[in-house]
Design a protein around this ligand. Structure first.
Ligand SMILES: Cc1cc2nc3c(=O)[nH]c(=O)nc-3n(C[C@H](O)[C@H](O)[C@H](O)COP(=O)(O)O)c2cc1C
Length: 190
């Protein structure tokens, strides 16, 4: 049994990424894993001030917002499920702010390469965008988001398990069978 942390980065309760996330959560629970669910839009999270104290202390200077328990949950998790739609070829601001606020908790600065502080964990990503394929890839929509997500997790030492993408979402309003099947496969590898 693994500890799974599901992070909802879309405000839309019935949106594509939330639907994929909730499906993955059901699969993970059915497989006997312990799942914690965090909807970032219900959390009170201050913006990162860029003070850089966390790089020395491995924790953020803010001690009175929801990021304290989110950081603890990320530290405790074996597997992180992240639902983040493409917003301007990147993650939504609320997700980016979590990455920013997690900086020193996730890695240590050195004179050369950063040293990961979250090694041993794995993550999967559920994303969606309006742009149809292959343009979402070719024009940098999903590629932009994936690069940002990879930068955070790779630097933190968290390994990628897989990504599920729903594209052309103004036309394809439901999660496809192919996407559900990929989610099942990924969750079975937890
Ligand atoms: C603020 C904002 C920015 C967006 N930027 C992009 C974008 O750069 N590329 C794109 O293809 N779709 C973009 N979209 C469309 C969303 O990615 C798309 O509607 C997606 O299905 C939303 O995911 P959700 O259903 O999980 O909420 C944007 C939507 C919003 C609200």
């Amino acid at each position: 049994m693994k500890k799974v942390l599901a992070i909802q980065g879309s405000f839309r309760e019935n949106g594509l990424t939330t639907t994929m996330l909730k499906n993955a959560v059901r699969e993970a629970e059915a497989a006997g894993h312990e799942v914690e669910y965090i909807n970032l839009h219900k959390c009170n999270i201050n913006y990162c001030k860029g003070c850089r104290k966390c790089f020395e202390t491995a924790k953020c200077i803010f001690e009175n917002d929801d990021m304290v328990r989110i950081a603890e949950s990320i530290k405790q998790a074996d597997v992180i499920l992240l639902a983040a739609p493409v917003y301007w070829a990147n993650v939504p601001a609320v997700v980016k702010n979590v990455f920013d606020r997690m900086s020193g908790t996730s890695m240590e600065e050195t004179n050369t390469f950063p040293k990961p502080r979250l090694s041993g964990k794995r993550y999967m990503l559920f994303t969606a965008c309006n742009t149809p394929m292959p343009f979402a890839k070719l024009c940098g929509q999903t590629t932009g988001l994936r690069k940002a997500v990879k930068e955070y997790f790779k630097t933190s030492g968290v390994k990628h398990m897989g990504t599920v993408i729903c594209a052309n979402t103004s036309k394809n309003k439901e999660v496809s069978e192919k996407a559900y099947s990929k989610i099942r496969k990924l969750v079975s590898r937890i």
